[in-house]
Design a protein around this ligand. Structure first.
Ligand SMILES: Nc1ncnc2c1ncn2[C@@H]1O[C@H](COP(=O)(O)OP(=O)(O)OP(=O)(O)O)[C@@H](O)[C@H]1O
Length: 321
């Protein structure tokens, strides 16, 4: 859906993106993560055709963003990190304005306003003017403006900032719903636990470079997906490692007398059978827990790998001192 090749972007005196290349699959939700100044906003603005890169190309649904910006905008929604709302307009008027600006035919606009208000929980606010809304409600109106034309691609820069926990949870639900309807989302946030709830991919940027881009959910239908699990005992038992070694469908990655971590290839029935065998062997098993790496751990591991690489490179070139 989005194909970026060799994207390089310069601000006066500062290179913000260095040779960024990646392909974002249709229907995915990509968590765009990185420290302050990593280049997330710049990348989004380039994808939205709001900046002209020094080099490289960006293709959205088969269209070159720089050559066909208007066609691209018709299928794209973008919420910038700093946005403005017309204070004197009501929420309904804001939606109407956004819908008309996105080229929605006039007869379709009233329904689009109702649908969007419902998705954002703003139905009872439609007649209120924006100057009377709280920060979180304004944020919801801005998100509504970005999705009113039911785009195929949605770019959201820090969409949850200013939202209360309830609104954040319902926003996560909305993103899952939009993805289920076939939308491709690119969402930047510093709150990784939140992105973890709905993201299928992680794109980590660091100093304008792609640190890592990968799928977070592996769905390989030909094989049972591999699980990373931990078995915990109620009390220390030296037989744990030996007992696990007799199990062909698992590989132990770490163990002691209280617990063991292992990768397991098998379905839920195989897991139930494994639990039954461990209990039958006399081990005081409390249970299994999922050891799947979350987005935060994944991101921090990418950063650590990058920093170790930098340190190794510097020490090899002799400039570390
Ligand atoms: N208008 C500008 N002129 C010069 N440099 C800029 C400009 N806008 C951004 N930069 C620089 O480009 C780099 C990337 O900025 P960008 O806003 O894309 O980062 P970000 O990852 O979105 O950061 P944050 O998480 O803080 O929002 C930063 O070093 C920033 O200082």
């Amino acid at each position: 859906m989005i194909k970026i090749s060799g994207l390089t972007f310069d601000y006066p005196g500062h290179r913000a993106l260095h040779q960024v290349s990646l392909e974002v699959a249709a229907g995915s939700v990509t968590a765009l993560v990185g420290s302050n100044g990593a280049g997330k906003t710049t990348l989004m603005r380039c994808i939205a055709g709001l900046e002209t890169p020094l080099a490289g190309s960006i293709n959205v649904a088969g269209m070159d963003v720089l050559e066909q910006p208007r066609e691209v905008h018709r299928i794209m929604g973008y919420l910038s990190d700093f946005y403005g709302l017309y204070q004197a307009l009501t929420v309904a008027q804001c939606f109407e304005y956004a819908a008309a600006a996105q080229g929605l035919p006039a007869p379709a606009i009233p329904q689009a306003i109702q649908t969007t208000a419902q998705q954002l929980g703003l139905t009872d606010r439609l007649q209120q003017t924006c100057d009377k809304l709280s920060r979180g409600l304004r944020q919801r109106v801005a998100i509504g403006q970005a999705i009113i034309h039911a785009p195929k691609i949605l770019l959201l820069d820090e969409p949850a900032s200013g939202l209360d926990p309830e609104a954040r949870a319902s926003l996560a639900g909305l993103f899952r719903q939009l993805q289920a309807n076939g939308m491709t989302l690119l969402v930047s946030s510093h709150i990784l636990a939140e992105l973890d709830e709905y993201s299928t991919h992680m794109l980590a940027l660091r100093e304008g470079r792609v640190l890592e881009y990968r799928a977070l959910i592996h769905d390989n239908s030909q094989h049972a997906p591999q699980k990373s699990l931990r078995v915990t005992l109620a009390q220390a038992d030296a037989r744990l490692s030996a007992q696990l070694a007799t199990e062909p469908a698992l590989q132990v990655t770490a163990s002691n007398e209280h617990s063991a971590d292992f990768n397991f290839s098998g379905d839920e029935h195989a897991l139930a059978a494994l639990l039954a065998r461990l209990i039958a062997s006399g081990l005081p098993v409390c249970g299994f827990s999922d050891q799947k790496e979350n987005l935060q751990q994944s991101y921090l591991r990418s950063v650590a790998t990058y920093e170790n690489g930098q340190t190794n490179h510097l020490s090899k070139t002799g400039s570390a001192s």
